[in-house]
Design a protein around this ligand. Structure first.
Ligand code: URA
Length: 192
């Protein structure tokens, strides 16, 4: 997808294309609206989650439900505001019943994620959970095997860590995510 303009204008244009997308018939029929992405188009860090849930589908913004509130807390614990990072998902539509995205759905939506990555051109990408990691890095490894080091995507350093929904079910893993955030921010020149 080749679109001209500032980063804001380019993201806005892609978001318009996404709003009309009907590549996944089931998702297009069941969604309230598409959920594109929010945050700073010039952010140093881009976050990738899995797919919108019920709250995101209602509000049109990624990570606003319970998992999103935890993600916001993590961002703030790192000394940033939500508006200072860019947040998006592998899928821009809610899978019914919050099932996992199918490979076909992820492939259909990949062009939009790639456009977000190319436009924001972040120094760092965080894959929250194995669906994001699997899709961005084409790996089958679980997060436990991927975390604790950087992977590469273009010029970006990619960190994989547990999804906030997993942390809600397994609070003991919060300390691992905090280690991952310290690792990321140390590389950015910030001691947490
Ligand atoms: N989980 C995700 O992966 N993304 C959201 O936007 C909300 C919950």
């Amino acid at each position: 997808m080749s679109i001209e303009g500032t980063r804001e204008e380019r993201l806005c244009a892609v978001s318009g294309v996404v709003a009309d997308c009907r590549r996944c018939t089931e998702l297009a029929e069941t969604r309230t609206q598409t959920v594109f992405g929010v945050g700073d188009p010039n952010a140093r860090i881009l976050f990738i989650g899995e797919a919108p849930g019920a709250d995101e589908d209602k509000q049109g913004e990624p990570f606003v439900g319970r998992a999103g509130q935890l993600l916001t807390k993590i961002i703030e614990a790192c000394g940033l505001k939500r508006e200072e990072v860019y947040i998006c998902n592998v899928l821009k539509c809610r899978p019914p019943g919050n099932r996992n995205p199918t490979d076909e759905e992820a492939a259909n939506c990949r062009e939009y994620l790639d456009a977000q990555l190319a436009t924001v051109d972040p120094e760092y990408v965080v894959c929250w959970g194995s669906i994001a990691a699997k899709n961005l890095l084409a790996t089958k490894s679980p997060i436990g095997k991927l975390r604790g080091r950087f992977h590469e995507h273009g010029r970006a350093k990619v960190l994989c860590t547990y999804h906030p929904s997993y942390l809600l079910r397994n609070p003991a893993a919060k300390k691992d995510v905090w280690e991952d955030m310290k690792f990321l921010f140390r590389d950015m020149g910030v001691e947490l």
